[in-house]
Design a protein around this ligand. Structure first.
Ligand SMILES: CC(C)(COP(=O)(O)OP(=O)(O)OC[C@H]1O[C@@H](n2cnc3c(N)ncnc32)[C@H](O)[C@@H]1OP(=O)(O)O)[C@@H](O)C(=O)NCCC(=O)NCCS
Length: 148
């Protein structure tokens, strides 16, 4: 499955994971895989910190997102994430499907730029503050796209 913009194909493939529906998306630049993200069917856990989990029947966990050093700022993580979100929301029931993640503080702006909402209740870890973010479908075309 491929869907690209500006000659930069994105892809999705099943992931060898404990969760059979888990899949990984990526974006290529000049045939080099430069950005990856994983989606796992998983409900956001309740937290002692009191983070409000999204109330959605079908939940996916976005994790392990990274763009290769030197390739940041080219829209490649957006492309990989958008590809996965579109696949999830195309297959999920409208209004009851969502994607959540834990973001470190330095990436809050990235997820906000893509339309994710923050729980607004950051919690401290050994590597600094993290917060829960989520987005629910269906997505309007202006919410997120593979291109800027
Ligand atoms: C965070 C990360 C995945 C972003 O990847 P990227 O390929 O540079 O992101 P994109 O180019 O697709 O950015 C999409 C938009 O978000 C913005 N953006 C990207 N990183 C951002 C950040 N850290 N803070 C605020 N905005 C950010 C971009 O400026 C762009 O905005 P635009 O639509 O106005 O042009 C990348 O910096 C990275 O791999 N960081 C290290 C690993 C990491 O932190 N992963 C996330 C763990 S929670």
């Amino acid at each position: 499955m491929q869907d690209g913009a500006s000659g930069q194909p994105a892809f999705a493939q099943p992931l060898q994971d404990a969760k059979p529906q888990a899949f990984q998306c990526g974006a290529f630049l000049d045939e080099e895989l430069v950005s990856v993200v994983t989606f796992t069917p998983e409900t956001a856990p309740d937290h002692a910190e009191g983070l409000p989990a999204p109330v959605l029947a079908s939940q996916w966990h976005l994790r392990a997102l990274a763009t290769a050093p030197g390739h940041e700022g080219k829209g490649l993580a957006r492309q990989a994430v958008a590809f996965g979100l579109k696949a999830i929301f195309a297959a999920g029931a409208p209004g009851s499907t969502g994607v959540w993640l834990y973001s470190k503080e330095s990436a809050y702006g990235f997820y906000q730029r893509l339309g994710f909402s923050s729980a607004g209740a950051p919690f401290l870890t050994d590597s600094g503050p993290y917060d829960l973010f989520w987005i629910s479908g269906p997505l309007e075309s202006q919410d997120i796209s593979a291109t800027r």
